[in-house]
Design a protein around this ligand. Structure first.
Ligand SMILES: Nc1ncnc2c1ncn2[C@@H]1O[C@H](COP(=O)(O)OP(=O)(O)OP(=O)(O)O)[C@@H](O)[C@H]1O
Ligand SMILES: [Mg+2]
Length: 509
């Protein structure tokens, strides 16, 4: 008799127009890290939301430590020792770390919240599991990595023995991922059992004991990680072979499209983050920016796209100055932007996905005539994009919020690429996408390059930068400190350069 802490047996969950989970079974052993793998929209988040009591299944049963349970809401899940960290965090920005962790479970003394006691408990938990946080900092001032540790602490504070993590590494830098992996191992050593959703097959190979695969809402099976390979996992989830390297011809660069000169930009705290940077991107080439997070990449993108005003320097697009223009003016001059944070800048979640696909152009023909929106034209276009980019949604009228994370991302990419811009700025474009979708997006970016567009790719994934770029600009401390060709470098050298060592290569631009 296996020692299962959680059993979800033959679960079925429907949404209007779609069966998100159709007869899925997953069994979690005590102390294991169990991966849940499947394409974007396969039903992973839905299944875990059922376990966490956010959705009620139409069929099937859930057992906790062998006993049948009825998880009617997340409080019941908490009481059963189940905690969940969602794909999009659910923290209160203006509260401190401690306030967020104890929210709804505040220790009381004489009827008042005993903050001292709470702070002590949080410090103890964070020490015990190696989850470093600053208990007094406000959420809005801390890194994404720390916010995630807060979410994990929140579940531990509520006594979680089973932890569900929905794509925790999608939003992290490689350094933060390493740290999280250590944390997961120490949690397991303390007897906690983990369900980990991730699209990164290497992570599954590195930390997981078993992996359950689902495809289009159906359970495909569970494999022992030690007995499988990334290739097998990929084909199990997609139902075909997936290639991990991108085929492409050499670039044929034309005239300079983007030219950034002596750019200086400060961040919100008035610290200079971009320090006299120069960068050119030509028509028909993909320039990849490699760098450790926090070396000015975000400020560079925000400056080019008009989201942030600059201190000094200039930005030209096709020889026309676009420095400090409004985001809409920058867009109109021919710049597309696939933003890093899709919820903040990418989508209006309560609008239908179809309308989200014309967010940059709804006020123009043929979507608007004499100030009146032509919904026929809007939805015709949306329908075409949904098909072309394989955005999995019940219909073009479905609210953006109801799409799976990866399909929201595909919708943004479709909208931005389809505008036929001169310059595409792609910031972490494949974040949260499954391996098949990543393959597709890489091909698409290369296709756009071959049509003569300039592409600026910013990514923390070195594989991606190496595979897709024609030229790599290494960004360190607010500057481009080296330009290298992907075929003449390797991940080690890039890593050194990114750490600020330019002994490996001379010749900053
Ligand atoms: N609240 C909802 N209302 C309607 N449909 C939904 C809702 N939540 C999810 N869906 C649909 O259920 C299906 C499964 O979505 P789910 O979010 O579980 O996918 P996922 O496997 O987590 O994908 P991803 O890897 O992209 O996050 C999708 O077709 C999605 O559009
Ligand atoms: Mg999901």
């Amino acid at each position: 008799m296996e020692n299962h802490v959680i059993e979800m047996l033959n679960i079925r969950k429907e949404f209007p127009g779609i069966v998100a989970n159709d007869n899925i079974t997953i069994q979690l052993k005590k102390g294991e890290i169990h991966a849940l793998l499947g394409e974007n929209g396969a039903g992973k988040s839905t299944l875990m939301n059922v376990l966490f009591g956010l959705y009620q299944p139409e069929k099937g049963e859930i057992k906790v430590k062998g006993k049948k349970v009825n998880i009617t809401d997340p409080n019941v899940a908490n009481d059963l020792g189940i905690g969940m960290v969602h794909q999009h965090f659910m923290l209160v920005d203006t509260f401190t770390v401690t306030q967020n962790i104890i929210l709804g479970h505040e220790p009381k003394k004489f009827g008042f919240i005993d903050l001292k006691k709470a702070e002590k408990e949080v410090a103890d938990l964070s020490e015990r599991y190696g989850l470093k946080v600053d208990p007094y900092a406000k959420i809005r001032d801390i890194s994404v990595g720390m916010q995630q540790r807060v979410e994990i602490l929140k579940t531990l504070y509520r006594g979680a023995e089973v932890l569900i993590l929905d794509e925790p590494t999608a939003v992290l830098t490689p350094q933060e991922i390493e740290e999280l992996i250590k944390i997961l191992k120490s949690l397991v050593n303390e007897g906690i059992s983990i369900i980990l959703i991730t699209h990164k097959l290497k992570e599954i190979m590195e930390v997981c004991d078993r992996c359950t695969v689902i495809r289009k809402g159906q359970g495909i099976g569970t494999v022992n990680v030690a007995e499988t390979s990334t290739d097998e996992l990929a084909s199990l989830m997609v139902g075909r072979e997936v290639s991990f390297t991108t085929e492409k011809q050499d670039a044929n660069p034309g005239k300079t499209v983007l030219s950034v000169k002596d750019l200086r930009v400060k961040d919100n705290r008035k610290v200079e983050m971009v320090k006299g940077l120069n960068l050119d991107v030509k028509a028909g080439e993909i320039v990849g920016i490699a760098g450790v997070d926090g070396n000015g990449q975000s400020e560079l993108i925000e400056a080019i796209t008009g989201l942030k005003s600059i201190e000094s320097g200039s930005i030209f697009l096709n020889d026309k100055e676009i420095t400090n223009l409004s985001p809409r003016k920058v867009t109109q001059s021919g710049v597309s932007h696939i933003p890093q944070d899709r919820h903040k800048f990418g989508l209006v979640l309560d609008f239908p996905i179809g309308e989200n696909m014309v967010l940059q152009s709804y006020y123009q023909k043929p979507f608007s005539k004499n100030g009146i929106l032509s919904f026929n034209n809007i939805y015709d276009k949306a329908k075409r994009l949904i098909e072309e980019y394989d955005v999995r949604t019940p219909s073009e009228y479905t609210k953006a919020r109801a799409l799976s994370g990866g399909n929201q991302q595909k919708a943004i990419i479709a909208r931005e690429v389809d505008r036929s811009p001169d310059l595409i700025i792609a910031a972490q474009p494949t974040r949260g996408l499954d391996v098949g979708a990543i393959e597709f997006i890489h091909k698409k970016l290369i296709e756009e390059r071959d049509k003569g567009r300039a592409v600026l790719l910013i990514s923390f994934e070195l594989d991606e930068v190496m595979n897709v770029s024609d030229r790599i600009a290494v960004m360190f401390d607010g500057n481009i400190i080296a330009n290298v060709l992907p075929q003449e470098t390797n991940e080690q050298e890039l890593g050194l350069l990114m750490a600020g060592s330019n002994q490996a290569k001379e010749g900053a631009q």
